[in-house]
Ligand binder design. Structure first.
Ligand SMILES: *[C@@H]1O[C@H](CO)[C@@H](O)[C@H](O)[C@H]1NC(C)=O
Ligand SMILES: *[C@@H]1O[C@H](CO)[C@@H](O)[C@H](O)[C@H]1NC(C)=O
Ligand SMILES: *[C@@H]1O[C@H](CO)[C@@H](O)[C@H](O)[C@H]1NC(C)=O
Ligand SMILES: *[C@@H]1O[C@H](CO)[C@@H](O)[C@H](O)[C@H]1NC(C)=O
Ligand SMILES: *[C@@H]1O[C@H](CO)[C@@H](O)[C@H](O)[C@H]1NC(C)=O
Ligand SMILES: *[C@@H]1O[C@H](CO)[C@@H](O)[C@H](O)[C@H]1NC(C)=O
Ligand SMILES: *[C@@H]1O[C@H](CO)[C@@H](O)[C@H](O)[C@H]1NC(C)=O
Ligand SMILES: *[C@@H]1O[C@H](CO)[C@@H](O)[C@H](O)[C@H]1NC(C)=O
Ligand SMILES: *[C@@H]1O[C@H](CO)[C@@H](O)[C@H](O)[C@H]1NC(C)=O
Ligand SMILES: *[C@@H]1O[C@H](CO)[C@@H](O)[C@H](O)[C@H]1NC(C)=O
Ligand SMILES: *[C@@H]1O[C@H](CO)[C@@H](O)[C@H](O)[C@H]1NC(C)=O
Ligand SMILES: *[C@@H]1O[C@H](CO)[C@@H](O)[C@H](O)[C@H]1NC(C)=O
Length: 633
């Protein structure tokens, strides 16, 4: 997967750009040698302050309670006075106090010492994807500066500590995928800055505290796959004096919530993603849900929801996925369903929908999955569905449909999509339609000229297939050659451990080229590559940072970004047209990123977004804008 990041490894195409790059490097070198050349390597971030005694004791206690099979904490040794110098793995300090403890994917076991409460300046705690057990230390509540807690994918047990309400700056609490029990403490809502709560995939029980539904700045609330019960509070979106409430993503699926769907959810004007599936909800779907302006996915499947398909839902033009599967809904499907212009997935399987399938479904041109199975639908399958060219899944089995299946549908989907409809015909040779030749013009002209033309095509097809196979073979050969080349080169450059390659899902990841750390962000889909340097942040940290514009130029926009750990960086977003192709960009930037000099602003990382966004991350210069600095040189 990973490309090598050295221009020397590129193929011919890049040669001209290599020369450009060399020229640039030469110029840079001349510039450098005109000043001092002493410490090109040592851009260490150590501010020279030895670690405080309490912090050192805290770290030593943490080490002794963790089980470190791989020896990743071997560097936590000696007198410890150098703990803040960058010598200790996973530790970042400011003025002798630990501000970040980050050791994800290190195979750590044991437990997390309560002495973590001694790291009074801690801002970020990231130990996700280890095998750490025992309780989540209550002492976290002592950390007044704590902003991010990432302990997901471990084996923590016991409850979410009540004391967590004592961290006034907390923004992210991710304890998902552990074995936590007990309830959700309502003290959690004391943290009015919370942006993301993820307690999913635990055994948390009890009800959802009202106070949590009122957190004004919350954007993500993930509580799915727990044992929560009681009704979902009808208090959403009531607190913010500014009117807009920030919640974008609400996941409560796979719990035991009962009662109705709260009407107040419709106040969440930023909501994009709502899943209440696999609970015990009853009552009907409130009309008001049809007023969520940004909703993209709505999943109410596998509950006991009754009543009708509210016409107001058809007003959700931003909706991409609607899942009402496995409820007791009984009504016709509204004609106005084509108001869901952006819909791609519609499933109403296993309900009791009545009446005919509205022909207007054929207007939802992007529909790719349509599941109407196991209902009480009658009438014919509208011919307009043949117009849905992107349809890859279609199922109407288990209804009371009749008549002839539209031709393209019957060719595209096999008989299981149509079975258990006593009067439906023409979808397979074993279920022919009554021989009375349907003189109706729409079906016969489309069938009869189709058959011969298909036969004529098939010889053409043969040639096409042959050519296709040939091209595929050549491509395969090319790929194999390329693989061999790349492997040979990575072998000669620097060995990366197998564990590095395994760790790629969320958060940080050791990286591709020497001196650089890369990450393929699970949440964001982008790719972050770090160069050596004091700042280690994830793509997520970067994208979630608060930013203000410092300046604009023809090359792009420069922002000052404040990361969760309080550090500041300058981020330059390159204008799309100016930037080159991804690979060229990567390899050139990788070279530039290794240049370290006191007189040069160090590039710390670059980020390649899933849509081709290109960000360069530099040290932040408190005085003067980066743009001025860059163009001054
Ligand atoms: C501490 O560990 C580092 C890295 O493992 C090693 O280089 C150093 O010699 C050790 N120091 C002491 C005092 O053991
Ligand atoms: C939970 O963590 C385990 C390993 O600790 C992993 O295999 C599993 O995929 C994770 N589950 C989720 C939902 O992330
Ligand atoms: C709630 O926050 C206030 C102010 O930040 C703090 O004094 C108080 O101790 C917190 N309450 C709990 C239960 O943590
Ligand atoms: C929440 O945690 C689950 C399981 O670890 C993960 O799959 C999901 O991406 C997380 N979501 C957020 C917003 O953190
Ligand atoms: C929840 O509890 C059940 C029963 O004790 C157990 O089998 C399951 O593994 C637990 N799940 C988690 C995520 O801890
Ligand atoms: C209201 O919005 C302003 C500006 O967006 C913000 O500074 C302020 O904190 C918000 N107030 C509340 C209560 O959210
Ligand atoms: C919904 O379920 C609750 C208990 O779970 C029950 O009290 C209530 O009557 C039910 N409502 C409807 C409309 O069935
Ligand atoms: C859909 O929206 C329009 C305009 O926003 C409104 O007039 C209409 O009443 C809505 N339809 C339903 C069924 O809510
Ligand atoms: C529908 O999707 C298109 C393209 O994805 C988008 O531009 C448009 O804004 C969407 N419409 C609504 C109402 O969200
Ligand atoms: C069909 O799918 C393709 C590829 O996913 C997409 O580009 C196209 O816009 C879709 N067509 C419609 C009508 O939505
Ligand atoms: C739907 O059909 C099933 C059996 O096919 C029947 O038991 C049920 O009463 C029907 N529901 C409605 C609302 O007609
Ligand atoms: C399919 O689409 C074409 C062009 O958009 C339209 O003329 C035709 O009436 C549609 N067919 C059906 C059955 O809706």
């Amino acid at each position: 997967m990973e490309q090598t990041h050295r221009p020397a490894h590129r193929r011919k195409k890049g040669k001209w750009q290599q020369q450009q790059l060399l020229l640039l490097l030469l110029l840079l070198f001349l510039f450098l040698s005109s000043s001092s050349i002493s410490s090109v390597e040592g851009a260490a971030a150590w501010d020279g302050v030895a670690i405080t005694r309490t912090d050192l004791q805290g770290l030593q206690a943490i080490k002794s309670d963790l089980a470190d099979r791989r020896g990743v904490l071997r560097s936590w040794n000696g007198t410890g006075l150098d703990a803040c110098s960058g010598a200790w793995a996973g530790i970042k300090c400011v003025r002798g106090q630990v501000v970040a403890l980050q050791l994800p994917w290190r195979g750590l076991g044991g437990r997390l010492s309560d002495k973590i409460g001694q790291l009074a300046a801690l801002r970020k705690l990231s130990l996700h994807d280890n095998a750490i057990g025992g309780p989540v230390p209550a002492a976290l509540g002592l950390l007044r500066d704590l902003r991010g807690v990432y302990l997901f994918n471990n084996r923590f047990s016991g409850g979410v500590p009540l004391s967590i309400g004592g961290c006034p700056l907390l923004q992210t609490l991710d304890l998902s995928n552990n074995s936590l029990t007990g309830g959700i403490p309502s003290t959690l809502a004391n943290n009015s800055r919370l942006i993301r709560i993820n307690l999913s995939y635990n055994n948390i029980s009890g009800s959802l505290p009202v106070a949590v539904t009122r957190l004004p700045s919350l954007i993500f609330l993930f509580l799915q796959h727990n044992l929560l019960s009681g009704s979902i509070p009808n208090t959403w979106g009531r607190s913010s004096s500014n009117g807009t409430y920030q919640l974008q993503s609400l996941h409560l699926e796979h719990n035991f919530f009962s009662g109705g769907i709260p009407i107040s959810l419709s106040r969440l004007q930023m909501l994009e993603d709502l899943s209440l599936s696999n609970n015990e909800l009853n009552g009907s779907i409130p009309q008001e849900i049809g007023t969520l302006p940004r909703i993209k996915t709505l999943d109410l499947s596998e509950n006991s929801i009754a009543g009708s398909f509210p016409a107001s839902l058809c007003n959700l033009s931003s909706l991409i996925e609607l899942n009402l599967e496995g409820n007791h809904l009984e009504s016709p499907i509204p004609e106005a369903i084509d108001g869901l212009r952006n819909l791609s997935v519609l499933s109403v399987k296993k309900n009791q929908f009545l009446g005919e399938i509205p022909a207007t479904i054929g207007n939802i041109s992007g529909l790719s999955r349509l599941d109407l199975s196991e209902n009480n639908l009658t009438g014919e399958i509208p011919a307009s569905i043949d117009n849905l060219t992107n349809l890859t899944f279609f199922n109407v089995s288990g209804n009371n449909l009749s008549g002839r299946v539209p031709v393209l549908l019957s060719e595209k989907f096999n008989s299981s999509s149509f079975s258990r409809n006593i009067e439906l015909c023409g979808y397979s040779v074993s279920v022919p339609c009554p021989s009375t030749p349907p003189a109706s013009p729409p079906s016969s002209p489309s069938t009869s000229p189709n058959r011969p033309s298909r036969r004529r095509l098939s010889s053409k097809d043969l040639i096409l297939i042959a050519v296709g196979v040939f091209l595929a073979l050549i491509f395969l050969l090319f790929c194999i050659l390329l693989c061999c080349l790349i492997r040979k080169r990575t072998a000669t450059s620097k060995q990366s451990t197998a564990s590095d390659a395994a760790a790629a899902e969320r958060g940080e990841k050791p990286g591709p080229a020497a001196g650089a750390e890369g990450e393929t962000g699970g949440d964001t889909g982008g790719k972050l590559v770090h160069f050596d340097g004091p700042l280690a942040f994830t793509a997520d940290d970067l994208l979630c940072a608060t930013a203000e514009i410092m300046g604009k130029s023809t090359y792009g926009t420069v922002y000052k970004a404040t990361l969760e750990d309080g550090s500041q960086v300058a981020v330059k977003r390159l204008r799309e047209k100016i930037a080159k192709g991804q690979k060229e960009f990567e390899s050139e930037v990788s070279v530039l990123g290794r240049i370290r000099h006191p007189n040069l602003l160090a590039m710390r990382a670059f980020y390649l977004g899933p849509k081709g966004e290109k960000l360069l991350v530099f040290d932040f210069m408190p005085k003067g804008s980066l743009a001025a600095f860059l163009h001054g040189n």
